[in-house]
Design a protein around this ligand. Structure first.
Ligand code: ZN
Length: 106
């Protein structure tokens, strides 16, 4: 048993034309498979600026100025992820900076 994709009529498996609306069922099978094919969306956003984000955290830990420069770079990107990490890198770099100043002044 199969169902007509045009009108929903129940049909025999070997039916080529719908007995209710007369549609060619083979045309529908071919037509349906094309849009059902998995559409490949490249994950550009996921890997975007990954190196810069890592450099921001690592650089900010070693030398906060590096972190701030990378953070400004990330904040000026179009990617939402890069902007979000840019803010975190700024906060992280400032935190490391304040901590290092406190340790040096002790
Ligand atoms: Zn039909």
């Amino acid at each position: 048993m199969k169902i007509c994709p045009n009108c929903g009529e129940q049909l025999a498996d070997e039916a080529i034309f719908c007995k209710s609306c007369g549609v060619n069922l083979d045309d529908f099978v071919v037509g349906k498979e094309t849009p059902a094919a998995p559409q490949y969306i490249p994950p550009v956003e996921e890997n975007d600026h990954k190196i810069a984000i890592i450099l921001g955290y690592v650089g900010g830990f070693i030398w906060p100025i590096i972190g701030l420069i990378v953070a400004i770079y990330l904040l000026t990107r179009d990617s939402e992820k890069a902007k979000k990490h840019g803010k975190y890198v700024i906060l992280f770099s400032l935190f490391i900076w304040v901590v290092s100043l406190l340790i040096m002044n002790r």
